[in-house]
Design a protein around this ligand. Structure first.
Ligand SMILES: Cc1cc2nc3c(=O)[nH]c(=O)nc-3n(C[C@H](O)[C@H](O)[C@H](O)COP(=O)(O)O)c2cc1C
Ligand code: SF4
Length: 546
């Protein structure tokens, strides 16, 4: 395929979809699949065929639509009507009522832009109206199994534009202009990282997509890889062109078999269509991608450990510098970015850095995807402009606390993060504001806790996680996390003293300052943040006399 063919194929793909008057999307993200959506998809396809409607109605599987605890979800387009908690017994009724008679099934309706009040319109439903989908655009609308569907949604046009109309320097300038920061946790400016790799002269450079996603409760990257894999592939190829790399690796955690399957299938389709591989679209640029499967070690998400793991070595971190940008995979300059970071590249190049930079806050541009979980009414996958308040996320989008309970805290950033108490519900969700409260944005896990949650237990749980996941290479982390865990357990069991609390605080500082990698350096964060905001809970469990 060359560049002209791409436009022709994209237009053809659009036309072939326009022949259908209706489209029914069945959420086939891992969450909905686990509640039976694949059977629903087959049942719907059979029902449509039996009614002879297969030329009018297209039935497709899609990635995650967002409101995961309402699944399985079925969406009708162009009516933009979503049915929730659907099961196979509802299919005939939904097709008859929604499609043939244009009447909604009230009990199953989540919202509808077609049926009038009293049904909720998407604009009135805060779960949808308060969100802005840039990274997740396409997840829930596109069939991740078919490259044609991605092409019909203007897929690979950004790659075509970059290869034929922009120099690598111009691409990097556009990403810098967007103010995009890496979504893997640390928030490092993406354009600056690309520029650093670009500037190193080498016979070989690499691009790595970090899809290890080991934070408990996080499933943002999994959903993007499952729901829109071509978006990530296109972002990686653009990055390869910008930094001068012709080889890419996607490191995906082994616990994500569906994401691996869809991503590998998408690579094959892109190769077959000349969109990755040798001389892409007839240009001089070649770029190939291979998948590497992680084996469930949290530390392998750390960039130097991940690189060692790809090299076939034991996945343990190395001291930096040198940073991977200078000496990464096989000692060559390597660009490593997170899945969500790569998924943000295509819209930035299609709409411009300026457009992206105008979204969010002065220091944190764009949107952030969160995996909303815990004691919240509507858990699932959400995407909001940076700077949206925690209150809006919990009470508008998330519909408040389960069972009418009280909000106690939100845990952000997983085992490297912290807990935000109720008095800070109006905090803006951006990098700086969360750091100021002793937490971090992290990769986007957001766990909501109610009044019954025990904050000492929360700290103990995350410390146990870090202790188990420590690779053991350096003493402060290997021994320090174990000592802190044992002290936390002692306090939790009401056997601790004020001296234990002092020891804990001291240890937290040593472990933070002397650990080799981010795992150890951030392991004390949940402890320190719960001590900062919920000290009275620790004190109520210890004997202050000693
Ligand atoms: C213990 C540990 C685990 C990490 N796990 C991940 C991960 O699963 N995914 C990820 O993208 N970054 C992870 N990171 C951060 C990476 O080291 C790296 O900063 C990131 O992939 C860079 O991408 P970005 O600039 O797009 O954020 C982890 C870091 C540490 C210290
Ligand atoms: S800080 Fe922990 S995980 Fe990191 S190198 Fe040291 S022992 Fe390993």
């Amino acid at each position: 395929m060359n560049r002209t063919d791409l436009k022709v194929i994209s237009d053809k793909a659009k036309q072939s979809h326009q022949q259908f008057k209706h489209k029914i999307c069945v959420c086939c993200g891992a969450g909905c699949i686990s509640s039976g959506s694949e059977s629903i998809l087959i049942k719907l396809q059979t029902e449509i065929a039996e009614r002879g409607l297969q030329n009018e109605v297209e039935v497709i599987p899609t990635g995650c639509m967002g409101p995961c605890n309402q699944g399985p979800l079925v969406k009708y387009l162009p009516e933009n009507t979503i049915y929730q908690k659907v099961d196979c017994n509802n299919i005939a009724q939904i097709v008859q009522s929604q499609l043939m008679e244009k009447k909604p099934i009230e009990d199953l309706l989540l919202f509808s832009d077609f049926h009038e009040k009293p049904f909720i319109n998407s604009a009135d439903d805060p779960f949808f109206s308060k969100q802005l989908k840039i990274v997740l655009k396409g997840c829930g609308d596109i069939n991740p199994d078919e490259i044609e569907d991605y092409l019909a949604h203007d897929g690979y046009l950004a790659l075509g534009k970059v290869l034929f109309q922009m120099s690598p320097e111009e691409v990097i300038a556009e990403i810098k202009h967007s103010r995009l920061r890496g979504r893997g946790g640390a928030g490092y400016p993406t354009g600056l990282k690309w520029e650093t790799v670009y500037k190193y002269v080498s016979d070989q450079k690499y691009v790595i997509c970090n899809g290890d996603e080991g934070d408990p409760g996080a499933f943002m990257d999994r959903s993007v890889l499952e729901g829109n894999p071509h978006r990530v592939i296109e972002g990686m190829a653009i990055a390869g062109y910008a930094v001068g790399a012709n080889k890419g690796f996607a490191y995906i955690r082994g616990e994500y078999p569906l994401a691996i399957k869809r991503f590998e299938q998408a690579i094959k389709q892109a190769k077959k269509n000349g969109l990755i591989g040798t001389k892409i679209l007839g240009s001089e640029f070649s770029f190939d991608i291979e998948v590497r499967i992680g084996a469930g070690a949290f530390v392998c998400g750390e960039e130097t450990a991940l690189i060692a793991s790809i090299e076939g070595k034991r996945g343990t971190p190395k001291p930096r510098p040198p940073f991977p940008a200078e000496s990464g995979l096989r000692g060559k300059p390597t660009l490593i970015n997170n899945v969500e970071t790569f998924a943000s590249i295509v819209p930035i190049l299609n709409k411009g850095g300026e457009w992206y930079s105008d979204i969010g806050t002065p220091k944190s541009a764009g949107t952030k995807v969160f995996a909303l979980a815990g004691k919240i009414n509507y858990s699932g996958l959400i995407e909001v402009p940076m700077g949206t308040t925690l209150r809006e996320i919990v009470f508008d989008i998330g519909g408040g606390i389960q069972g009418g309970g009280e909000f106690k805290a939100a845990q952000t950033g997983g085992p490297s993060g912290g807990c935000i108490p109720a008095k800070h519900l109006d905090v803006k969700m951006d990098y700086e504001s969360l750091i100021a409260l002793g937490s971090i944005m992290g990769s986007g896990g957001l766990i909501i806790m109610d009044e019954k949650s025990d904050m000492v237990d929360v700290a103990r749980y995350f410390m146990e996680f870090c202790m188990d996941e420590s690779c053991g290479k350096c003493v402060p982390c290997r021994v320090g996390t174990k000592m802190m865990h044992d002290l936390l357990q002692k306090i939790y069991d009401r056997k601790g003293t004020s001296i234990d609390l002092e020891r804990l605080e001291e240890l937290a500082i040593y472990v933070k300052e002397t650990s080799l990698c981010g795992l150890g350096a951030s392991a004390p964060n949940p402890l320190q943040s719960t001590l900062r905001h919920f000290r009275e809970e620790y004190e109520s469990k210890i004997d202050l006399e000693f």
